[in-house]
Design a protein around this ligand. Structure first.
Ligand code: ZN
Ligand code: ZN
Length: 245
């Protein structure tokens, strides 16, 4: 299973960048986790849009779904040009009806729902979900390959120990890290670097990727702070960064 970081910014994309979007590839299976602002332009550096099978959305905040509409339009164009005959599959939860109802487009994109107990199979990958603590209903997403490799994406959340059993033993944890150590994050529904690293420690994960990064400070400081608590490898969200196992 290969992960490529397409966008890692929180809130809005910096120049020539994107907000939350991660490309998962395993054999012939191509799935996106979230589809934030700027994602469609960035994706084309790494994949032909016509071969994306599915998108799974953690929640309906703009920095996670802004490009889902234009990704759907790309499928309209690709199907009309006969580049593919496969509609895009879009998975979202129904805890927010307004967000869910906007997904899908007849013939070209099919919307499906997931919930806390769902186990989705898409190609060779399987996905499970756990609710997070965030102002909008949001789910952390765990993906497993057939060889047993697992990645957990925290999506947006404040520090919440109910996530610990869900992330237990993951090969890679992608955590949101919206603030620096010592900064108040909980009231915004987000985590700081110490909280992100503590979650990784309690969940016994093997590697940590800090993402959903802030628009202030020096991001290397986030790594230095996380290193005080989590002793495994730590990387920082970066466009095009890949992880494979
Ligand atoms: Zn966000
Ligand atoms: Zn959010």
């Amino acid at each position: 299973m290969k992960l490529t970081v397409i966008g890692f910014w929180g809130a809005y994309p910096e120049k020539n960048e994107a907000t939350s979007c991660y490309l998962l590839q395993d054999g012939g299976t191509n799935v996106l986790l979230d589809c934030g602002s700027g994602a469609v332009a960035q994706l084309q550096n790494y994949i032909d849009l016509a071969v994306i099978d599915a998108v799974i959305l953690s929640h309906y905040h703009h920095d996670h779904v802004a490009d889902i509409g234009v990704l759907t339009y790309s499928r309209v164009v690709d199907m009309n040009l006969k580049n593919t005959d496969q509609p895009l599959h879009i998975y979202g939860h129904q805890d927010d009806q307004q967000g869910y109802q906007q997904l899908g487009k007849k013939t070209f994109a099919e919307a499906y729902d997931y919930g806390e107990k769902s186990v989705l199979s898409i190609g060779s990958l399987s996905f499970t979900f756990h609710p997070t603590s965030h102002p909008a209903p949001c789910y952390a997403i765990k993906v497993k390959s057939q060889s047993g490799t697992s990645i957990v994406y925290s999506a947006d959340t404040s520090y919440d120990e109910s996530l610990v059993p869900f992330i237990e033993g993951a090969d890679l944890l992608i955590t949101e890290t919206s603030f620096y150590e010592g900064q108040e994050a909980k009231s915004y529904g987000h985590m700081n670097s110490k909280e992100a690293a503590t979650l990784a420690v309690k969940g016994n994960v093997k590697e940590l990727l800090l993402a959903h990064l802030p628009h202030f400070g020096d991001h290397q400081q986030l790594v230095n702070e996380a290193k005080k608590y989590f002793k495994g490898p730590i990387s920082l969200g970066k466009r095009g960064l890949t992880w494979e196992e």
